[in-house]
Design a protein around this ligand. Structure first.
Ligand code: NAD
Length: 466
C-alpha cells in the first residue's frame, strides 16, 4: 500500500513545502538487507559509575562481534571492559564524529542524583546521532529491587528513553532494556536487534531480559534447521513473517484458510516452505498442525498471526461480529496452544509468538470486539509465560503489538482516520509488514531464551496507549 504524502516529502520541493507548512516530515527509515553489517556506523558506549561490571562486560563482548567502530568518552571506565573484549576504542573528542548508536549501561545507577550521568552522556551527543540512529539504555528491572532509591532511579530511565524517542526524530529509535542480575549472557539477540536496522519501526520500548536457557546460534543463519509455523501466512504481515523466518534459515509451514490456497502456495513455494490449509477455529486445526510438526520432528516456533477486524460501534455491533473476532483472534490461540502442548508438538526451547495490537492496549472507537481480543492475547501471554518459566523445556512466549502497518487491513480504514493513524507516532509514518516480521524473528530466535512474557510494540512509538 502506498503512502503518497510520505513519498512526496522525500523530494526536495516536498521537504520545503512540508517544513513551511509545519507538516510532519517522515524520514525514509533504514531497513535491514541480507548480507549487510548489523551496525552501519560508529557506536558511542558509556556506563554509569559503579562496581558491578557484569552488564558492561556483556556489552563489550557483544560489540566485539559486531565489527563496528567503537568510541568512548575519555574518562569512562568502560574502556577497560572493552579492552578485555579485544576492542581498541577510540576517544570521543567532542569533534565531528557522528554516531549510529548511543549505548549506555545505567545498571549501576542507584539514586536520583546519579541520573545526572544519563543526562551528561546523552546531552553532549544529542545533535551527533545519525539518521535512523539508535539510543539504547540498559538498566535493572525496578520490580526486582528492594531499595527505594535504586528502584525509583531505574524506573526513571523509562521516562528518559520515551522522551528521547519523541525528540530525536529523523528515524532515531530509543529503547530501554532491563536485564535481570545473572541474565547478562542473554543480551545478545536483543542488542543485535536493537542496534540494527531490523528494529526500524520499534521505538520507546521497554524490554525485560531474564534468566533462561542459553542456546548457541550461528548468527549468519540463526534459525537454520528450525521448523516454524505461521498462521495467516498468505498475505500481509503473515506473508512477511514467513519470508523473514525463511531468510533466517527456518523451514516455514505456512497456514491459512482454504480460500487463500493459491496465494498461500505461492508464498510457500517461493520460500521452499510447506502449507496447511485449515481454518484455525475448526476442530481439526490442532491435529493437522501437530501432524505436520511431527513429520518434521516437532515445532521450534508457532507464530499466531491470523486475525480479523469487524469494526462497528458497540450499539451497532451484531453478535456474529463479536463472536467471529473473539474466536479467530483469541479463543483459537488458547485452544491451539493447549492442544500442541498436550500433544508434545513443541521441541525443547520452542517459541510461541502472538500478534496483538496497540488497539488492545489503547482501545479504539468501533473496535470493542477487536481490542478485547487483542488485550486478551496480552493476558494469555503473561499467564502462559509464568507456566512456561516453571517447566524445564526452555520454552518462551511473547507478543508483538503492531501499530499502523501498511496492509490490506489498514487500506480499508476511511481516509481521514487512516491518515491520522499513520502520522500519530514518532516516525510520522506507517510501518511495513517486514518491521513486524523482523521483530518476530528476534523473539522466535533460539537465542532469545531470556525473553519471556514481553509485549513489544511495533508502532513507531505511536501516541495511542503510550
Ligand atoms: P490480513 O487481513 O492482510 O491477513 C490476515 C490473514 O489471516 C489472512 O491471510 C487471512 O486469510 C488469515 N486468516 C483470517 N482468519 C483466519 C482463520 N480463521 N484461519 C486461518 N487464517 C485466517 O491482516 P494483516 O494486516 O496482515 O494482520 C495480521 C495480524 O496483525 C492480525 O492478527 C492483525 O490483527 C494484526 N495487526 C495488524 C495491524 C495492521 O496495521 N495491519 C495492526 C495491528 C495488528
Amino acid at each position: 500500500m502506498s503512502d503518497r504524502y510520505g513519498d512526496f516529502v522525500q523530494s526536495t520541493i516536498g521537504k520545503k513545502v512540508a517544513k513551511n507548512l509545519g507538516l510532519p516530515l517522515p524520514e525514509s527509515l533504514d531497513r535491514f538487507e541480507s548480507g549487510q553489517r548489523l551496525v552501519r556506523g560508529s557506536v558511542l558506549v558509556g556506563r554509569a559509575d559503579g562496581g558491578d561490571m557484569s552488564v558492561s562486560a556483556a556489552v563489550a563482548r557483544i560489540l566485539s562481534e559486531l565489527h563496528a567502530e567503537i568510541y568512548v568518552n575519555s574518562r569512562d571506565d568502560i574502556k577497560d571492559a572493552l579492552a578485555d573484549a579485544g576492542i581498541d576504542a577510540k576517544a570521543n573528542t567532542g569533534g565531528d564524529e557522528k554516531f549510529k548508536v548511543l549505548l549506555f549501561d545505567a545498571s549501576n545507577i542507584s539514586n536520583a542524583d546519579e541520573l545526572k550521568q544519563v543526562y551528561e552522556f546523552f546531552h553532549f551527543v544529542a545533535r551527533r546521532i545519525e539518521k535512523s540512529g539508535r539510543v539504547i539504555i540498559i538498566g535493572r528491572p525496578p520490580e526486582a529491587i528492594d531499595d527505594v532509591e535504586t528502584a525509583l532511579a531505574q524506573r526513571a530511565l523509562e521516562g528518559f528513553v520515551k522522551s528521547v524517542g519523541k525528540e530525536f526524530k529523523r528515524g532515531v529509535t530509543a529503547q530501554l532494556i532491563y536485564v535481570a542480575k545473572g541474565a547478562e549472557q542473554h543480551l545478545d539477540s536483543t542488542l543485535r536487534f536493537f542496534t540494527s536496522a531490523r528494529s526500524a519501526y520499534v521505538s520507546g520500548q521497554v524490554v525485560r531480559v531474564s534468566q533462561g536457557d542459553a542456546v548457541d546460534v550461528d548468527w549468519t543463519q540463526p534459525l537454520g534447521g528450525k521448523t516454524m509455523l505461521v498462521t495467516g501466512a498468505s498475505r500481509g504481515i503473515g506473508e512477511a513473517i514467513a519470508r523473514v523466518l525463511a531468510r533466517e534459515g527456518a523451514h516455514v509451514i505456512c497456514l491459512d484458510v482454504p480460500q487463500q490456497q493459491s496465494d498461500l502456495q505461492k508464498v510457500a513455494s517461493e520460500i521452499s516452505g510447506s502449507t496447511i490449509m485449515v481454518d484455525i477455529t475448526s476442530d481439526e486445526a490442532g491435529k493437522e498442525i501437530a501432524e505436520a510438526a511431527q513429520k518434521r520432528g516437532g515445532l521450534d516456533a508457532i507464530i499466531h498471526n491470523a486475525g480479523v477486524t469487524r469494526d462497528k460501534t458497540l450499539a451497532k455491533m451484531d453478535e456474529e461480529k463479536w463472536d467471529m473476532v473473539i474466536n479467530i483472534n483469541l479463543a483459537s490461540i488458547v485452544k491451539l496452544n493447549r492442544y500442541l502442548l498436550d500433544h508434545e508438538a513443541f521441541k525443547d526451547n520452542a517459541r510461541i509468538v502472538c500478534v496483538s495490537s496497540i488497539s488492545g492496549i489503547a482501545g479504539n472507537l468501533g473496535q470493542s470486539n477487536y481490542a478485547t481480543s487483542k488485550a486478551g492475547v496480552i493476558g494469555l501471554v503473561n499467564a502462559t509465560a509464568k507456566q512456561l518459566a516453571d517447566n524445564d523445556k526452555g520454552m518462551t512466549i511473547n507478543a508483538v503489538a503492531p501499530g499502523f502497518i501498511e496492509t490490506q487491513m489498514t487500506e480499508a480504514i476511511p481516509f481521514a482516520i487512516r491518515e491520522a493513524g499513520r502520522r500519530m507516532n514518532s516516525m510520522s509514518q506507517g510501518g511495513l509488514p517486514v518491521d513486524v516480521a523482523e521483530t518476530i524473528a528476534w523473539l522466535a530466535s533460539p537465542a532469545s531464551g531470556g525473553l519471556n512474557g514481553n509485549t513489544v510494540r511495533v508502532c513507531g512509538q505511536s501516541l495511542l496507549g503510550a
